[in-house]
Write a protein that binds this ligand. Structure first.
Ligand code: PEP
Ligand code: MG
Length: 911
């Protein structure tokens, strides 16, 4: 080390500090068949460092090197960006050890050791400084490299790559500065390819590169390898807190305290001629999961050439080359020996790690070197196939296979998605409310959606927000877009239930329904124009973007069977139509956890009778209207019970604020007037009177049942008559679970339960038969959770309605929060949208209290969850901990819930 760089490094090392524990080991070595670390030390060595150590221990050919630990990173930030005492010496010792192993010396002009410097956090983290290769090259050492290799062109090519990379990632001189110099030089020389550049050409370019750096920074490119090394180490640690890395950490919930490690490793060269190469590979196909080596390589190249896409890489195997119809030989054909060794290592690594691996390698003059291995990222389809195959190969157990697949990724498999290769033109982004992709004509009203769909046209329904009145249009549309509303807004909940793609809360949309247009970011889109919606990404595109259909393979069914074996909680679905119930059954639902009866009231042939009922002036008027609705509701429930063949069905009595059903236009009022014989003007006044300032906290839920007993009486009669009829007709005895919404007090439930029992006795007496039924309640209000012991005296079951419970616990409107929640997430005030992932601290605490109090008062009380959280894996893990009996979610999420519930059981029993 020169005196100057020694001084710099010593200054960087700083003074002794209370945080530095005496004797802390800051540097871990690897190489030559052994290592000081291993794969279990990811927290300390980072993913890359731990796996390099593990590969060394396995006796694989790993160039020797060392890892500076994540503890150094933590120290660095805790101590004003200084390094701990002893680090410089430890690094120098480790460098000397590498030198001994490869027979070279760092910074020796005659026989220089060159190294790579790479970052390596616990989890792979894009956004951080990645790699500097060929470090140690300078004006003097490059001559040594030229002499040693006998290849001056190679030496100067390596040097110019180093200057370019180091200047870019460490010194902050942008890449294009160097690209422009090189392009100009080639043009002047009339060269087309880099391979035409000779040693003296590279030398000339290097002079220009160095001049450019000096001009940009006001000081020359560092010539001291030690200074270069500490510069690179500092750049890795510095990049831990750059903006991109911070954004990535926030998005992926990676704590800042983790820090990154730095890996320094002897260089091996893939650019030493035709017997050298560099490549990347997966031990199985990461997009299909097929058991076939997958990857690419480049002859006579260094790592960044593969990624940069300047040259077209060649296939790894002959089979892959033939499949792709390529001419250039595969590695299997061009370098059979190195390939055979590589293939043997693939198998060894897979067996060792018991998972598909993502690998980087280099061949230097025929000799294979391993530079990285890690668990490979994969598509949902590949994840399923690989998990099932590995279990069948005996490498992992069926339970492990169940744990290997991310339940969220199943969404990709259950819905069509955009063709990843198709070009697209983004119109607007919103919330990814319901997955799936589809194209259709823009329409602005539910009626129009229905009309066009009946003509066989595909439409996408655009609304400012949706209400229950839009349900028929949502059903008719291939996708739904709203300008307002969050993840549990009406549009989101209903679309998910139907399996319709939906983007909601797209705040940049300006919908002008009258003009038949919407404006977005300076563009105007008219009714009838085609758009494409991607509900999984929350995006809307102009024109038709090609989609691909999901394929549910045998692997899916097999893994789900294994999951079902491991699962404790039951999985039910939220469904009201026989069609949705059928879908849910197909996806393995074991009952219906929530049938929202109001959704059954909006068909065109019913809405008038419903309006008649609401607007009736007195009980006889209401009863007349209800008598029209009774047979329709009974038929609905019969159909539902038939589909569910004896499985439990929870039916919730009418819940939403009555004004949602009110007629708006004069034509609608006239229609009701005609059906009921009431005066239109009177009807209008009554409709106005029913309007509320705060309907979510107004006349809704059980409050409706309290003030209009005959509504619930009609519904209970319809439910029980249907159950009796189906039992008589099919022999399948359903056990209806009658559920009362928005209960706050025991007394509410007591009053309503008594009325239910009276109706039930009447129905059974008329039918001459009885059947079992349960009466229970939703827990949707903090008071209900806190008074759950009293409420349980009247309730055979609780179903946590966590949409409303979240809304009422936070005092946060589920329909309006989309306009300000994103800011809460951005500022890290909230880590997750509480309408998507259950807030454990607040809402979760209420659930725990309610479950405990409920069980104390009624030990056999049945407990479930039917808010949207019932289909969210993280929330499912939480309610497994509370010991709920079942989760209920929209039909298309049933497989996700089955897998998540299995994982929750397995993780709990492993603890
Ligand atoms: C709930 O509040 O969680 C619930 C399931 O009911 P809804 O979404 O219909 O209000
Ligand atoms: Mg609710």
């Amino acid at each position: 080390m020169t005196t100057a760089s020694q001084a710099a490094a010593t200054a960087a090392a700083g003074q002794k500090d209370g945080n530095a524990e005496a004797g802390t080991k800051w540097v871990y070595r690897f190489g030559a068949g052994r290592a000081e670390g291993d794969a279990s030390m990811k927290n300390l060595l980072g993913g890359k460092g731990a796996n390099l150590a593990e590969m060394s221990n396995l006796g694989l050919p790993v160039p020797p090197g060392f890892t500076i630990t994540t503890e150094v990173c933590a120290y660095y930030y805790a101590n004003g960006r200084r390094y701990p005492d002893g680090l410089v010496d430890a690094v120098n010792d480790a460098l000397a050890e590498i030198g001994r192993q490869v027979g070279r010396t760092f910074a020796d002009p005659k026989n220089p050791l060159l190294v790579s410097v790479r970052s390596g956090a616990r989890a792979s983290m894009p956004g951080m400084m990645d790699t500097v290769l060929n470090l140690g090259l300078a004006d003097d050492t490059v001559k040594g490299l030229a002499a040693l290799s006998g290849d001056a062109r190679f030496a100067y090519d390596s040097y110019r790559r180093f200057i370019q990379m180091y200047s870019d990632v460490v010194l902050g001189v942008e890449h294009h500065v160097f690209e422009e110099i090189l392009e100009a030089y080639k043009e002047q020389k009339d060269y087309f390819l880099d391979t035409e550049m000779k040693a003296e050409d590279w030398r000339a370019v290097i002079d220009q590169y160095k001049a450019a750096v000096e001009k940009a920074l006001g000081k020359p490119f560092p010539q001291d390898p030690h200074e270069q090394l500490w510069g690179a180490i500092g750049a890795v640690f510095g990049s831990w807190r750059n903006e991109r890395a911070e954004t990535y950490r926030r998005l992926h919930n990676i704590p800042e305290s983790w820090g990154t490690a730095v890996n320094v490793q002897a260089m091996v060269f893939g650019n030493m001629g035709e017997t050298s190469a560099t490549g990347v590979a997966f031990t199985r196909d990461p997009s299909t999961g097929e058991k076939a080596y997958y990857g690419e390589f480049l002859v006579n190249a260094q790592g960044e050439d593969v990624v940069a896409g300047i040259r077209t890489p060649q296939a790894l195997t002959r089979r892959a080359r033939l499949r792709a119809g390529e001419e250039a030989p595969s590695m299997e054909e061009a370098m059979p020996e190195a390939y055979a060794e590589l293939a043997a290592i693939f198998d060894k690594l897979e067996k060792h790690y018991r998972d598909m691996q993502d690998i980087e390698f280099t061949v230097q003059e025929g000799k294979l070197w391993m530079l990285q291995t890690r668990t490979g990222k994969r598509t949902a389809k590949a994840a399923l196939r690989i998990a099932v195959d590995l279990a069948k190969e005996g490498l992992i157990s069926e339970e492990e296979a169940v744990m290997r697949v991310d339940p969220r990724s199943l969404d990709q498999l259950l819905h069509p998605s955009l063709d990843p290769d198709a070009p697209r033109d983004l119109l607007v982004k919103g919330l990814p409310a319901s997955p799936g992709a589809a194209s259709g004509e823009v329409v602005f009203s539910a009626d129009e959606a229905e009309r066009l769909a009946q003509e066989g046209r595909k439409v996408v329904l655009f609304r400012v927000e949706t209400s229950p009145e839009d349900i028929h249009g949502m059903h008719a549309a291939v996708g739904v877009v709203t300008a307002r509303g969050g993840m549990t807004s009406h549009a989101a909940v209903v679309a998910r239930g139907m399996g319709r793609p939906c983007v909601c809360g797209a705040g940049d949309l300006r919908i002008d329904e009258k003009a038949g247009t919407f404006a977005v970011n300076g563009r105007i889109v008219k009714k009838g124009e085609t758009v494409t919606i991607d509900g999984a990404a929350g995006a809307v595109y102009a024109g038709a973007v090609a989609t691909v259909q999901p394929e549910l393979s045998g692997d899916f069914a097999e893994l789900m069977q294994w999951a079902d074996r491991a699962r404790r909680m039951k999985v039910r679905a939220n469904a009201e139509t026989p069609q949705d119930a059928e879908t849910a059954r197909g996806f393995g639902a074991e009952g219906i956890g929530l049938c929202r009866t109001e959704h059954m009231f909006f068909d065109a042939d019913r809405i008038v009778a419903v309006r008649e009922m609401i607007l009736a002036e007195d009980r006889p008027g209401r009863e007349a209207a209800l008598a029209k609705l009774l047979p329709m509701q009974r038929a609905d429930f019969e159909a539902l019970f038939k589909v569910m063949r004896g499985l439990p069905v929870t039916i919730r009595l009418l819940d939403p604020p009555l004004h949602e059903f009110l007629p708006h236009s004069d034509a609608e009022i006239d229609e009701v007037a005609k059906a009921s014989g009431m005066d239109a003007a009177k009807l209008k006044t009554r409709a106005q009177k029913l309007k509320e300032f705060n309907p979510m906290l107004g006349h809704r839920g059980c409050r409706l049942g309290i003030s209009y007993p005959e509504i619930y009486e009609m519904q209970v009669r319809a439910i029980l008559e249907a159950a009796v009829n189906v039992a008589k007709a099919t022999g399948e005895r359903a056990t209806p679970e009658i559920m009362i919404p928005l209960v706050a007090m025991r007394e509410e439930l007591a009053v309503l339960k008594k009325r239910i029992e009276t109706v039930a006795e009447a129905v059974f007496a008329e039918a001459g038969t009885r059947l079992d039924y349960l009466v229970g309640t939703m827990i949707e209000l903090p008071r209900a959770a806190l008074a759950a012991d009293a409420i349980a005296e009247e309730a055979a079951f609780f179903s946590f309605g966590t949409n409303d419970l979240t809304q009422t616990t936070f005092g946060l409107s589920r329909d309006d929060s989309a306009s300000f929640l994103p800011e809460y997430l951005r500022q890290n005030i909230l880590a997750r949208d509480p309408f998507v992932t259950l807030d454990r601290e607040g809402v979760g605490a209420l659930i725990e209290i309610a479950a405990e109090k409920g069980r104390k008062a009624r030990p056999d009380i049945k407990l479930g969850i039917c808010g949207e959280h019932g289909g969210d894996p993280d929330s499912i893990a939480f309610v497994e901990g509370v010991g709920l009996d079942y989760v209920s979610c929209s039909p298309y999420r049933t497989p996700i819930a089955r897998l998540a519930a299995a994982q929750a059981s397995l993780s709990k029993s492993a603890r």
